[in-house]
Design a protein around this ligand. Structure first.
Ligand SMILES: [Zn+2]
Ligand SMILES: [Zn+2]
Length: 162
């Protein structure tokens, strides 16, 4: 058997299913996605599918990925047992018990995939503002005037790397 990440994932899933979930998740499938960059993992209830982020694996390794897998398996397990399967108190109880984690965020540590630049705006008097996203809304400089003042409209000047 080859040691592709898919094989490792299948084996890990099988082990965890035996050790932690009493084989209740045998009908659930697992896969990696190269395109998943906004979250470390996700469970799709209709398809009984757990999808993990391949970029997340490269960035953080199997230890972190294992916890993400357990996180998604808890969603799947609650679903299979016909319980509410969101981030419920029961979900958090199991997450803490099985991974030691308290945080329920799926997008933990995905920050390197944030855009590497900020949009820069400036007012007529030279105050600078940095935004993650471009805005079409007209905004005036809060340092020149605390209320909206069209004399101090912010003008877009471009991107700056961070
Ligand atoms: Zn979750
Ligand atoms: Zn200003």
């Amino acid at each position: 058997m080859s040691n592709t990440r898919e094989t490792i994932l299948e084996n890990l899933f099988g082990e965890l299913n035996n050790q932690m979930f009493e084989r209740r998740l045998s009908m659930v499938s697992v896969e990696f996605s190269e395109r998943m960059t906004s979250a470390a993992g996700r469970y799709f209830p209709q398809r009984k599918l757990i999808r993990l982020s391949a970029p997340y694996l490269r960035l953080h390794g199997w230890d972190k990925c294992r916890n993400t897998l357990i996180h998604e398996m808890i969603h799947a397990d609650l679903h299979v047992r016909r319980k509410p399967y969101g981030h419920t108190p029961e979900f958090k109880h199991w997450l803490k018990k099985l991974t030691g984690e308290k945080s329920i965020y799926h997008h933990d540590d995905m920050r390197p995939y944030d855009r590497p630049y900020r949009h820069v705006y400036t007012c007529p008097r030279g105050h600078k503002y940095y935004r993650k996203n471009r805005t079409r809304r007209k905004t005036s400089c809060g340092q020149c005037d605390k209320t909206y003042n069209p004399r101090y409209l912010l003008k877009y000047i471009g991107r700056e790397n961070v």
